[in-house]
Design a protein around this ligand. Structure first.
Ligand SMILES: C[S@@+](CC[C@H](N)C(=O)[O-])C[C@H]1O[C@@H](n2cnc3c(N)ncnc32)[C@H](O)[C@@H]1O
Length: 254
């Protein structure tokens, strides 16, 4: 069961109440509907810039995302588990803890976490969230899912025992804001993790495949996510994993 206490209106930070219609702003009575199993904090028509571009892309490819990824991971890394464990092993997860993945996609990381944590996932793409709902049913797992932008999380400060992100932040409209939001919703003492592709993956693979190049191959300088981590964070580390194709940043909120 979700703890409704942690929900906040991402625009105003006012408390939300869970009602049959969805999550309702306790002050303005604005309704964020729950359709198809997840709460929606985004009207897709209102998305802009890079976020709109990638939301539309992921809506189109959602049905093929997991299978094509699995095939790629099998060929390149000997399987999905050995790919994902290279960054997921950085997480500190204890039974019963509340864990948030921003840009959860089709939920694929959830399969490789401690089975006794309480899972929360947010993504901008309704197509990906529908796949996540389907996968969770197939895997016999439960998670609370939300549609929204990682730059404006619908949660109270200091809510989660673990917050992590894999695979989207390089192309967000505002990566700095997304990092600050992850920190805001993490409890003090939480270890956070951010993983995404390195320049090596962009130049070595993405730029060689025409359709992929259109979306992921043109940015010469990936945003410097390390520069987005505030000085106050502790135990900051950067390493390259997955044959140098992914970076993995970890740090602890004081
Ligand atoms: C490569 S997929 C990664 C999915 C998942 N984390 C994984 O490891 O398989 C990138 C995801 O980022 C999501 N995304 C892109 N921009 C976003 C934003 N601004 N806020 C939240 N999610 C976003 C996309 O919809 C997509 O599901």
């Amino acid at each position: 069961m979700m703890n409704a206490e942690i929900l906040r209106d991402p625009q105003t930070m006012e408390q939300l109440l869970l009602e049959p219609a969805g999550a309702v702003n306790a002050v303005s009575r604005k309704i964020y509907p729950k359709d198809g199993g997840y709460y929606s904090f985004l009207e897709e028509a209102a998305a802009e810039g890079s976020n709109k571009k990638y939301m539309e892309l992921y809506n189109r490819i959602a049905r093929f995302y997991r299978l094509s990824n699995k095939a790629y991971f099998a060929l390149k890394f000997g399987g999905e588990r050995s790919y994902r464990q290279q960054f997921l092993s950085e997480l500190e997860l204890l039974d019963g803890q509340h864990v948030l993945e921003t840009s959860v996609g089709s939920g694929d990381n959830f399969l490789y976490l401690n089975a006794k944590v309480q899972l929360y996932g947010l993504d901008i793409s309704s197509g990906m969230l529908k796949q996540a709902m389907r996968n969770l049913r197939r895997w016999g797992m439960t998670a609370e899912l939300f549609q929204g932008e990682a730059e404006a999380l619908p949660f109270r400060d200091n809510s989660f025992d673990c917050v992590y992100h894999v695979g989207g932040i390089n192309y967000f409209s505002d990566p700095l804001r997304a990092v600050l939001e992850m920190i805001r919703v993490a409890k003090p003492g939480t270890k956070l993790m951010i993983a995404d592709e390195t320049e090596k993956l962009v130049t070595g693979t993405y730029q060689k495949v025409p359709v992929v190049k259109e979306y992921f191959g043109q940015q010469k300088d990936l945003p410097q996510i390390m520069n987005c981590i505030p000085d106050a964070m502790m135990e900051l580390t950067y390493k390259e994993v997955c044959k140098g194709l992914m970076y993995c940043i970890t740090f602890r909120k004081p």
